[in-house]
Design a protein around this ligand. Structure first.
Ligand code: NHR
Ligand code: GAR
Length: 196
């Protein structure tokens, strides 16, 4: 079985879109793939309840409880690998996960770690992407699925979606338009990786 572990920090709507797509596209039967765990660094993350309702294992690792990034990442690696019999999940999927990961963590999951970032990379790496796109007068915005490397938001681009910026947009209205596209491209990009 190709086991998938998803990391979240908040609402988890991308995680939910992936879980739903895995069901409707029959990943288990067609690809031998399944989402086995959802892990959050925030106890209140809304996505945890959805995952539990789906019968998926959940865990919370509060990063503020660890003395360093390395200590948090070591605990996170142990928790992730616990959910795979071989200790080698096929994919570790960042879905609105808000902690920068150490080079050691990235190396441990080399080639198996992906993220969705709410901008058209290489534009607007980092945080606050929608407000920055509005401030620059961009006419288009979007989202990028990419491999995770030690350098933030710089890995190989796997998929992108473009949306228009509309008159009167705020960061929130633009984020909502981008998010609907994220829900379409992320499950499909993962499916291509799992099938390839
Ligand atoms: N880690 C590595 N090594 N490489 C990437 O490309 C990563 C990553 C970890 C997360 C997601 C990314 C995004 O899509 C991501 C990509 C968090 C921050 C950040 O500054 C930046 C980018 C991303 C995620 N986090 C702050 C930190 O100190 C905390 C911010 C907060 O808690 O709100 O880690 O945008
Ligand atoms: C998504 O727009 C995702 O691209 C973005 O946060 C949102 C999470 O929504 N990710 C980042 O900004 C990572 N730094 P979700 O929790 O509902 O999937």
């Amino acid at each position: 079985m190709k086991n998938i572990v998803i990391l979240i920090s908040g609402g988890g709507s991308n995680m939910a879109a992936i879980v739903r797509h895995a069901q409707t596209a029959h990943w288990k039967q067609r690809l031998g793939a399944q989402v086995v765990a959802v892990i959050s660094n925030k106890a209140g993350a809304g996505g945890l309840a959805f995952a539990r309702e789906q019968g998926i294992a959940t865990a919370v690792l509060d990063h503020t409880a660890y003395p360093s990034r390395e200590a948090f990442d070591a605990a996170l690696m142990a928790e992730i690998d616990r959910h795979d019999p071989q200790g080698q999940p096929a994919l570790v999927v960042l879905a609105g996960f808000m902690r920068i990961l150490t080079p050691g963590f990235v190396a441990h999951y080399a080639g198996r770690l992906v993220n969705i970032h709410p901008s058209l990379l290489p534009a607007f790496t980092g945080l606050n992407t929608h407000q920055r796109a509005l401030d620059e007068g961009c006419q288009f915005a979007g989202a990028t699925v990419h491999r995770v490397t030690p350098e933030l938001d710089h890995g190989e681009i796997l998929a992108q979606a473009v949306v228009p910026v509309l008159p009167g947009d705020s960061a929130d209205t633009l984020a909502a338009r981008v998010l609907t596209q994220e829900h379409l491209i992320y499950p499909r990009a993962l499916e291509r990786l799992l099938a390839g």
